[in-house]
Design a protein around this ligand. Structure first.
Ligand code: 5GP
Length: 193
C-alpha cells in the first residue's frame, strides 16, 4: 500500500450509498503534510509536462490543489459554484452534477484566469462518476487551454468516471483506487497499481 492507501485504510470510514468519508484528513480537517507528499508524487508522475496552471473545483479540491501547486510553482484557479449563470460573457461556465449532494450546479471561471496559452493540471479529491472532471475539462476547452493531466486523490474504481476519462485519452493519475468497499464490515480493497 502507498502512503495514501495506508491513511485511507486507517482513517477512512465507509458509509452507505458508496460514500467514503475521509473528512479527518482530506476534505474537512486537512493534513497538509499528506497533501505535500501527494504534491511530490504528482510532480513525479507528471514530470516533463509543461504545466502553467492548476485547475480545481470548489470546495474540497482547493486545499489539496494549493499545496500541490507548491511543487509545480504555478497559480491555482478554482471553478466557483454559482447559483445563477452570469451571461455577461466574462466567465467560462459548465454544469456539474454533484455525486454527494445529488443536485446540479453551475461552475464558473473568469476568462481572465485561463487562456489558450495555459497548460493545465486538473486536481480533485475524488473521482466517482466523473461529472466534476467533465465540467473542468469543458471549462479548459472553452478557454482553448491544453489539459496536460489529471491528478486525483481517491478514485472509486467501481464507478464509471475513471474509465470514461481514460477513454477520452487523458493522463489520469489517481493516488488510490478503491475497487470495492463495504459499509457493513468497513473493508476497503485497493487496486494494485
Ligand atoms: P463525480 O463528479 O466524479 O461523480 O464526483 C466527484 C465529486 O464528488 C468530488 O469532487 C467529491 O467532492 C464528491 N465525491 C464523490 N464521491 C465521494 C465519496 O465517496 N466521498 C466524498 N467525501 N466525496 C465524494
Amino acid at each position: 500500500m502507498n502512503f495514501l492507501e495506508e491513511r485511507i485504510a486507517r482513517d477512512g470510514v465507509v458509509k452507505e450509498g458508496n460514500v467514503l468519508k475521509v473528512d479527518s484528513f482530506l476534505n474537512h480537517q486537512m493534513d497538509v503534510e499528506l497533501f505535500d507528499k501527494m504534491g511530490e508524487e504528482y510532480a513525479r508522475r507528471f514530470a516533463g509536462k509543461k504545466i502553467t496552471k492548476i485547475l480545481t473545483i470548489e470546495a474540497s479540491g482547493i486545499g489539496i490543489a494549493s499545496v500541490v501547486a507548491l511543487h509545480f510553482h504555478v497559480p491555482v484557479v478554482f471553478a466557483k459554484k454559482s447559483k445563477s449563470i452570469n451571461l455577461d460573457g466574462e466567465m467560462y461556465t459548465a454544469e456539474v452534477e454533484s455525486f454527494t449532494h445529488k443536485n446540479v450546479s453551475h461552475v464558473i471561471v473568469s476568462k481572465k484566469f485561463l487562456t489558450p496559452e495555459d497548460h493545465i493540471l486538473i486536481i480533485d479529491d475524488f473521482l466517482a462518476n466523473g461529472c466534476a472532471l467533465q465540467g473542468l475539462i469543458q471549462i479548459a476547452k472553452q478557454a482553448g487551454a491544453t489539459v496536460e493531466g489529471i491528478g486525483i486523490a481517491i478514485e472509486k474504481g467501481f464507478q464509471s468516471g475513471g474509465r470514461i476519462i481514460r477513454n477520452l485519452g487523458y493522463q489520469l493519475e489517481s493516488l488510490a483506487i478503491v475497487d470495492s468497499m463495504d459499509a457493513a464490515t468497513g473493508s476497503i480493497t485497493f487496486r494494485e497499481q
